[in-house]
Design a protein around this ligand. Structure first.
Ligand code: GZL
Length: 309
């Protein structure tokens, strides 16, 4: 009838497709590719016109992508900043062009908080604390004396690397036997994680009791290095990591990884609904966190069928 038609018309007008320009970090890890799938699928579901740019983990490529989104006059700009600093100038250009900016996954350090509307992502400091809490518990079952930890950090200058390091360090203070004897970046990739772990093993081999990796991909690379050195990952060297990707569950089921702290990449649906609210001029919270768990090896097999990334 008429009412339905009228309703339909207004809906059609309101539903002019939203155009979002998204600048992604790269494709460095299982987490990242799952994050990209979530964003692209959610855009399709929501009828959003998505312009997607992959920066190959280079900040200058993200700046270029954001500038091109400004030139194309997209409705909303969203991005996952590869590092925390160096964004003020380009975000001021977006503000001058009256294009709202949404941060997903990683945060930025900017003097003027009005340069972005909201940040959707995990609490990385808490993820670091959760990794440490698992080790504090496990340490109670280990022989007395020093427990030597080597740390594979994420991308230098990135929010997850900075925060996961500080959360872990804060928490392990509770047990003075826990010592980080080496710490270096593996840039969140399997290849670099393996390479740096090989160097750690050459330098300190037999002394290493624990590996703390800022993401599962570096842990999986390091596990290969530990095996090639003739040691048993998950036993001779305890392995703790973050993300909760399928590869981590497979490593836990193989007895090679001890625990993974979940960091959900499935931010696509939240991004699309927030972007629509922002475009409609609705108020949105400045910070939206995602709920996450901790998965020790004991629950890996049971939990694996439920995993969505
Ligand atoms: C965390 C994300 C990190 C993942 C890594 O939200 O920024 O980047 O932990 C990814 O796997 O490379």
């Amino acid at each position: 009838g008429f009412a339905a038609a009228a309703g339909h018309t207004s809906l059609a007008l309101a539903d002019k497709p939203l155009t979002i320009g998204f600048s992604q970090v790269g494709a460095e890890s299982e987490w990242r590719t799952a994050n990209t799938v979530s964003i692209k699928d959610a855009a399709k579901q929501a009828g959003v016109n998505l312009k997607f740019a992959d920066a190959q983990q280079k900040q200058e490529n993200q700046v270029k992508a954001i500038r091109s989104f400004i030139a194309q006059k997209v409705d909303v700009i969203a991005f996952s900043p590869v590092v925390e600093s160096g964004w003020d100038t380009v975000l001021r250009e977006a503000k001058a062009a009256k294009i709202p900016v949404i941060l997903t996954d990683r945060a930025v350090n900017v003097s003027d908080k009005s340069l972005y509307v909201t940040f959707i992502g995990s609490d990385f400091v808490e993820e670091g604390r959760r990794a440490a809490r698992w080790l504090l518990e496990r340490a109670k079952t280990l022989p007395a004396g020093d427990i030597n930890i080597v740390e594979l950090q994420g991308t230098v200058g990135s929010a997850p690397a900075i925060d996961r390091k500080s959360g872990f360090e804060q928490e392990i203070k509770a047990n003075p036997n826990l010592k980080i004897i080496r710490s270096q970046t593996g840039d969140f990739t399997r290849a670099k994680g393996k390479e740096v772990m090989e160097a750690f093993l050459k330098a300190d081999g037999k002394k290493i009791n624990v590996l703390y990796a800022h993401n599962d991909d570096m842990a999986i690379g390091a596990i290969q290095a530990i095996e090639e050195a003739g040691l048993k990952p998950g036993k001779d060297i305890l392995v703790i990591s973050i993300d909760g990707v399928k590869g981590a569950f497979e490593a836990m089921m193989a007895g090679k990884l001890n625990v993974t702290v979940e960091c959900s990449p499935l931010l696509g649906p939240q991004l699309m609904s927030i972007a629509r609210d922002v475009k409609a001029g609705k108020p949105v919270p400045k910070r939206i966190t995602t709920e996450e768990g901790v998965f020790p090896a004991e629950v890996a097999a049971k939990e694996f069928p439920n995993r969505k990334y």
